[in-house]
Design a protein around this ligand. Sequence first.
Ligand code: TYM
Length: 364
Amino acid sequence: MFKVTPWEVSGKIDYQKLIEEFGVSKITEELLQKLPDHFMLRRGIFFAHRDLDKIIKARENGEKFYLYTGRGPSGKIHIGHLLPWAFNLFLQKEWGTELYFQLTDDEKFLFNEGLSLEDTKKLAYDNALDIIALGFDPKKTTIFLDTENMNVLYPVAIKVAKRVTFSTAKAVFGFDSSTNIGSIFYTSIQSAPAFLLSELEKRSIMCLIPCAIDQDPHFRITRDVAEPLGYPKPASIYCKLLPSLAGSDKMSSSSPESSVFTTDDEETVRRKVMNAFTGGAPTVKEQRLQGGNPDICSVYAYHFFCFEPDDDRVKGIYDRCRNGSLMCGECKTMLVDEINSFLLKHRKKREWAKEHIDDFVKRI
Ligand code: TYM
């Protein structure tokens, strides 16, 4: 049993089942050939899409389109969040595409009992530092807070809201009569940026949404209302969810010991990785004899999803684990070093971002 919604991910996810359940399309070999090369595509980390072929065609025809992605500022940023953002960055660099990055301070206020609007706004500005630190082009990137851009978002959002019934919201998101009415309305706010440029430029402009598969329920609704409203349907490309260091579910801010945050210091990273769930045998002797199981190992997942972009080297880790020549201690130490060397640079860029935040966080 597994569950994937925008607000809850649990259990061991069967991605093939999810493709069928959500009605998304698998990224085929033929589509891959038309996309720029990236290890997340080669390895099937980005694995599913809606209408990606239309974006490729639009690009071939020199038609304008843009990227749209987002973050719900409910806490600190963990490595899992960086995955889709790194891919957005890659596409922006490859294609020179404009990116609209939504920070949903309203969403996290509405859905979290313990967070005030001041809290989520503060977190939005803090999270923006991690986004900027990745290296987006300020001339082509607009990071925006919902509550600071309602003049532009609201007219689009209410057009969406008028076409979404309570029964659809209940069926898609599992709401019931105790759900506050702001949460019920919220999906129309996440839809709005998908139509933003069409609305602003008064012509049809497509967008591509690169994010993890958990956000698809929102965009199913967005796509259903698009054409009746006279907007093009947004396309999307979805990645899998980086698992937590406990080996199951996704990396999530609600289980801090099994998530690596961008603000974790070297010792904290070491402790978390050293305590991670692995596919190792009970004893070193047994592991030398039988080998380990990288397919269930959270440490291997981190090498595979993020920290070892070289295919030969990641295969080397896999094979050496299987044949019993790589012990968990060595494999974990490699990962600790990789994460810490990434975070050392990231933290410096995060500091730099503090001085440049106004070049990125803008009013639309
Ligand atoms: P949020 O803040 O939950 O997540 C931000 C982005 O990170 C992805 N994500 C993950 N990716 C890989 N592994 C994980 N373990 C993992 N956990 C989260 C999410 O899919 C998301 O792309 N409602 C949204 C904010 C939002 C948004 C958007 C997201 C507004 N507009 C457009 C994507 C696209 C949210 O709360 O995301």
